[in-house]
Design a protein around this ligand. Structure first.
Ligand SMILES: [Fe+2]
Length: 312
């Protein structure tokens, strides 16, 4: 049954609301230029909590069937409340003793370098708004369900956490390499290519990755874990191509974000994932990421600047 069969949720109960795209608190933080914020928990409305309850309830069976064991173990160890939007302080109490990671509230988009640098400091930039309870499948940007129920359970795993930190190292290496290129056009061209390669690798692993588990194939990518329909599609659909991850392929492979992914890549383990990020950094130093295939994703001016401004 799809969500339209559920009764609509009223507004106006509880706080003013922290609904994606219509939260005054977030607008004000952005206008004030505040990237890192607090989670004003009292502002969540009853409708926000209802959205969380519905999202969580409809995903549980899929997690049991398709999610990798590290995720399931992580979910259990975080003691996430099924009944209400999680308080990040509570989540962090269970998370940080395991791997040193914390979920850090942000007001919205974080430019690429700042995002990866946060990971290096074992802080995960976390969206605190939640999608509208009456439009659970419409998600224009990440929300707290994607970030906390999709990403954070994996951050309890030491090998996975180390791989994320290694992404942060890669960003620092990229900034360092870019700073060494004196010709401005060449600097922009090569840095754009490196950022594109990193974004592709992140997409095909952290967001949409599959993992071998015995004879089975499981999901560890957060974009899949937080999607109602795509988690099953990723594993069972005959229309999806699934291949062992090859770095040279992934860094040259474009992707589109507005439909189910037709191509997914498989890692053997999180230790394998860590080795791949390690190799990514080595390749970056060898110049192998400086001229990857053009195409998606685009690299924004803000993303470029975030790397070039390091050390300035
Ligand atoms: Fe994500």
């Amino acid at each position: 049954m799809e969500t339209p069969s559920l009764p609509p949720v009223g507004r106006g109960q509880g706080g003013e609301g922290l609904t994606t795209g219509e939260a005054p608190f977030i607008e004000q933080a952005r206008e004030a230029g505040q990237r890192f914020i607090q989670q004003p928990y009292e502002l969540y409305s009853e409708s926000n909590h209802e959205a969380w309850r519905r999202l969580y309830a409809r995903q549980e069976d899929s997690w049991a069937r398709f999610a990798n064991r590290h995720f399931l173990r992580g979910l259990e160890s975080l003691h996430l409340d099924r009944g209400q939007v999680p308080d990040l302080d509570d989540v962090n109490k269970f998370l940080s003793p395991r791997t040193g990671f914390v979920a850090r509230p942000v007001s919205g988009y974080v430019p690429a370098f700042a995002f990866f640098d946060c990971l290096r400091q074992r802080a995960f930039p976390t969206t605190i708004t939640i999608r509208d309870a009456n439009r659970l499948d419409y998600l224009p940007e990440p929300d707290i369900f994607h970030d906390i129920a999709g990403h954070v359970p994996m951050h309890t795993d030491p090998a996975f956490a180390d791989a994320l930190v290694r992404f942060g190292d890669c960003a620092h290496t990229a900034a360092e390499l870019a700073a060494g290129i004196k010709d401005k056009d060449q600097q922009v061209q090569q840095l754009s290519s490196i950022i594109r390669a990193m974004a592709r690798f992140f997409w095909f692993t952290i967001e949409f990755g599959l993992m071998r588990e015995g004879d089975a194939l499981k999901v560890y990518g957060s974009g899949l874990l937080s999607s109602r329909g795509e988690i099953e599609h990723a594993i069972v659909s005959p229309h999806v191509q699934r291949y062992p991850l090859q770095l040279e392929w992934v860094i040259n492979q474009g992707f589109e974000i507005d439909h189910y992914q037709p191509l997914l890549f498989i890692v053997a383990s999180f230790d394998h994932l860590f080795e791949l990020v390690d190799t990514l950094e080595k390749w970056m130093r060898l110049g192998k990421l400086s001229n990857v295939a053009p195409g998606e994703p685009g690299v924004s001016e803000a993303d470029l600047r975030s790397f070039l401004d390091v050390g300035n």
